[in-house]
Each structure stands twice: as structure tokens, then as C-alpha cells.
Design a protein around this ligand. Structure first.
Ligand code: ZN
Ligand code: FE
Ligand code: FE
Ligand code: ZN
Length: 268
């Protein structure tokens, strides 16, 4: 069974279930490795402007860490890791580095969810796509993803073509942008995440596109796997499809983390 290293919890305000609920489903589906990667507090905003339906508060972060650390000790047949999904906001690298250094995370997922102040993956802000030049939007998005990969903050870049979420597809050929991005991943020493949330939204396709994943493979970028479950029943969602996606791209192993070090798990 593939590990699932992208699980949320009810703490973020838009998911349901606590850590134990996710672990129970993971065990029932025969997983041997899981990692929690709930949304980091919105460190780039003043506390009064943070949205409790988008992420936990800074006061809740110690409790999150403790709840995962406690579970780790209770399961001998399931390896549980402590991660966090951290938004990449250019200009706030030092704030993020300081926040991350306070907790013993096994790994950090880096995510681009914002272009400026636009939360482009937020269903409430989807009209903005109609006001944008789509090709220019894709260029901006991937350039920010490359910047995230090179920032020295993250172990993994999560859902690396999230910009396709609502089905607005680039008109231009993306191969060149994909190759530039795969090269940035290799240079930045980050893994690429294969994430099945894309199957559950209008995009209707795993993140990232297969052409992009093949280029990551060519540049020897390691890969992690995540369902991005926001409800316990979504643990390991689309696991057959993700295996096909990995094999089609030429991968024969996936990465799990411990104390920010990579370990490889063979998938053949
Ligand atoms: Zn979320
Ligand atoms: Fe995300
Ligand atoms: Fe997520
Ligand atoms: Zn995510």
C-alpha cells in the first residue's frame, strides 16, 4: 500500500474528524505509513485578519503537534509522521522559517494557494479566473511554484499544478514551463507530490499532469503521495489511479519522511 502523507484534520475549520478518525480509516485500508499535514496558521496576516475556516490559529498549533505525537506512540503497526502544509508567501520566508523551527516536524509540504491576495483555489473567489489572461496566469503560478521550490523551506511541493483545479486550462503548450519547474524542483532539492484531490474537483485529474510528472522523473525529483483528505473516508482516495500515474511516469519508489530525512519505499 502506498503511504498517504497529506491528511488534514477538523482543526483547519474546513475539514472533519480528528487525527484518530483518520488513523482508524488508514488502518482499515491496510496502510502502513501516514502523515498529517494540516494547514499552518496564516502567519503572513495579522491575527485579526486570519480566517478560522482556512487554517488553525497559532494557539491551536501546539495541540495539533501534541495530538499527532501522542498517536505515534500508540500504534506499532502504523507509522505516523508529523507534517504541516505551509503556504508559500513571497516576502514572508523569515516568518515561516521561525514558525517551523519551533516544532519537531517530520516534513513540510510547501503549497501555493495565493497569487497576491487572490486565493485562487477558493471556490468563493473563482470568478477572478474570468478576469485573467489564462496563459499569463499559468506563467505566474508556475513561477511562484519554482520560487517556492528554491526557497529552502520545504521538503515537498504539494499539488504542483493546483492552478488547474476549477478546469481553467492553459491554451499554450505547457511543456516548457513544466520542464523549467521540474528543473527548479531538482535544484531546490524538493520532492514533487502526487495528489489525488484533483480527481474530486472540476479538473478531474491527479495533480500534477502526467507530462509534468514524467519531467520530474527525468530530472530525478523524488515523489511523495497524498490524498489531501479533508474527511476521514477520503484517506487513500484514488490509490489505484495514483499507482498507475506513478508507474506511467517511470517511478518505482516513493518517499516518506522522518525528522526531515527521506526514506524510500519501493512500490513495485
Ligand atoms: Zn484545506
Ligand atoms: Fe493545499
Ligand atoms: Fe491540503
Ligand atoms: Zn492541499
Amino acid at each position: 500500500m502506498l503511504p498517504d502523507f497529506h491528511l488534514h484534520t477538523g482543526l483547519c475549520g474546513h475539514a472533519t474528524g480528528d487525527v484518530l478518525d483518520y488513523v482508524v480509516v488508514a488502518r482499515s485500508r491496510g496502510l502502513t505509513h501516514v502523515g498529517f499535514a494540516d494547514h499552518i496558521p496564516m502567519y503572513w496576516l495579522p491575527p485579526g485578519r486570519r480566517d478560522p475556516e482556512l487554517a488553525m490559529s497559532e494557539e491551536e498549533l501546539p495541540g495539533y503537534v501534541e495530538s499527532v505525537q501522542k498517536l505515534k506512540e500508540n500504534y506499532l503497526d502504523l507509522t505516523i509522521r508529523l507534517g504541516i502544509e505551509a503556504d508559500y508567501i513571497p516576502g514572508f520566508e523569515n516568518q515561516l522559517r521561525a514558525l517551523l523551527s519551533r516544532y519537531p516536524f517530520d516534513y513540510v509540504l510547501g503549497s501555493v494557494h495565493y497569487l497576491g491576495t487572490w486565493g485562487f483555489d477558493n471556490p468563493d473567489q473563482v470568478e477572478e479566473y474570468g478576469r485573467r489572461d489564462i496563459d499569463e496566469l499559468y506563467r505566474q503560478y508556475f513561477s511562484l511554484v519554482q520560487q517556492a521550490a528554491l526557497a529552502g523551506l520545504f521538503d515537498v511541493i504539494a499539488h504542483p499544478d493546483l492552478i488547474k483545479k476549477f478546469g481553467y486550462r492553459a491554451r499554450m503548450d505547457l511543456l516548457e514551463v513544466y520542464e523549467e519547474t521540474a528543473r527548479a524542483f531538482a535544484e531546490g532539492g524538493v520532492c514533487v507530490e502526487v495528489n489525488t484531490a484533483g480527481l474530486r474537483v472540476p479538473a478531474g485529474e491527479i495533480y500534477p499532469a502526467l507530462d509534468f510528472l514524467k519531467l520530474c522523473r527525468r530530472y530525478q525529483v523524488p515523489v511523495t503521495v497524498g490524498s489531501d483528505a479533508h474527511q476521514p473516508h477520503l484517506v487513500a482516495y484514488g490509490w489505484d489511479r495514483v499507482r498507475e500515474w506513478l508507474l506511467a511516469a517511470g517511478y518505482n519508489a516513493v518517499v516518506v519522511f522522518r525528522e526531515r530525512q527521506k526514506e524510500l519505499i519501493n512500490i513495485l
